[in-house]
Design a binder for this molecule. Structure first.
Ligand SMILES: C[S@@+](CC[C@H](N)C(=O)[O-])C[C@H]1O[C@@H](n2cnc3c(N)ncnc32)[C@H](O)[C@@H]1O
Length: 309
């Protein structure tokens, strides 16, 4: 499979079976199509697909349907390793479930399990799936088991990012494995961007922007001491800010407006609302002057970056 053909998936959505799109998911159709194509046309028997952060199974289903539609589908039973704790413990998850299951009897005022909703959605393709329920932080992966596709939609905290780096990255195959960072076109988890910037000589970008995702191939093996450094994440502020600036410099034109808000958001995370606010204003002025549309995410982030003193 020519991995660069994944850039065109949105123009060929008609070749993806409609059931892939016929369920509730936070993913865009282009992202689902990429997962389907990788499972159908790229993954080798005996190599794993990791779906880290399955939620209601939208990503799981796209992968599993791709395996189902292969002539050698019998070799792929249980091949999609689908991880989630299936707990609506964050407001954004509860809001999504409330909006998309309005008739449900779920009490959205407190944490609850949505595993039954995942099971219901994934049922038609469940033979291709191994579901691992629980915190990812309590799992492990035998790095001798090669991973062909690593889909990451779970790095909502630094420890989760560290887990993915420590347990899954060593099982990626140099010159072959595909990594999808689904939170790349978000500013809310900057350690993902710092990590990918500091590992950039090992990865080649295949698709720079498909909804929130960036797709990479691992070009060459990451030396263990280099990987350990990003796992440890013992960087000072100067290193982090430089890495985030470099992310913007190296990004595609359409990615830049949003990614420019990474540094302001980082200062907000550090509790420096004054600098966060000032930098966010500068970015906004710069974008206005250039005739750019301000990304909606910036409007979500901006009130939080307001000076609090
Ligand atoms: C943005 S959602 C994933 C969306 C999904 N890929 C889809 O296709 O719609 C992120 C998921 O990460 C899961 N998650 C967050 N922290 C976790 C943890 N510590 N262990 C396992 N899953 C976790 C959440 O339960 C949530 O379902």
């Amino acid at each position: 499979m020519d991995l660069f053909s994944l850039n065109d998936v949105e123009r060929h959505l008609d070749i993806i079976p409609s059931d892939v799109f016929n369920l509730k998911t936070m993913l865009a159709k282009g992202e689902q199509a990429i997962l389907y194509r990788l499972a159908r046309d790229f993954v080798k028997p005996g190599h794993a697909i990791i779906d880290a952060g399955a939620f209601l199974g939208g990503s799981t289903y796209a992968f599993a349907a791709g395996l189902r539609d292969r002539t050698d589908s019998g070799s792929f039973h249980g091949s999609v390793m689908s991880y989630d704790q299936f707990l609506a413990d964050e407001p954004y998850l509860r809001e999504y479930l409330q909006d998309h299951f309005p008739d449900s009897t779920i009490d959205v005022s407190k944490t609850f399990s949505f595993r039954h909703l995942y099971d219901r959605q994934v049922a038609p393709v469940k033979d291709y799936v191994t579901t691992i329920e629980g915190s990812l932080l309590a799992q492990s992966w035998d790095t001798a088991k090669p991973i062909d596709v690593l889909f990451v939609d779970v790095c909502k905290t630094l420890p989760l990012n560290q887990f993915v780096l420590e347990h899954f990255f060593p099982a990626l195959i140099p010159g072959r494995s595909v990594l999808i960072q689904q939170d790349f076109h978000h500013i809310f988890h900057p350690y993902i961007h710092v990590t990918m910037e500091l590992l950039k000589e090992y990865f080649e970008t295949i698709v720079s922007g498909m909804a929130a995702s960036r797709v990479y191939v691992l070009k060459k093996a990451i030396p263990p001491h280099v990987l350990q450094e990003v796992i440890d994440y013992a960087y000072d502020r100067e290193t982090i800010v430089k890495a985030l600036d470099d992310v913007v410099t190296g990004s595609a034109k359409m990615e830049k407006p949003l990614l420019r808000y990474l540094v302001p958001w980082m200062y907000h995370q550090w509790g420096d609302s004054g600098t966060a606010h000032q930098l966010a204003e500068e970015v906004t002025d710069h974008l206005h002057a250039g005739g750019y549309i301000i990304p909606p995410q910036a409007y979500i982030a901006f009130p939080k970056m307001k000076r609090v003193d």
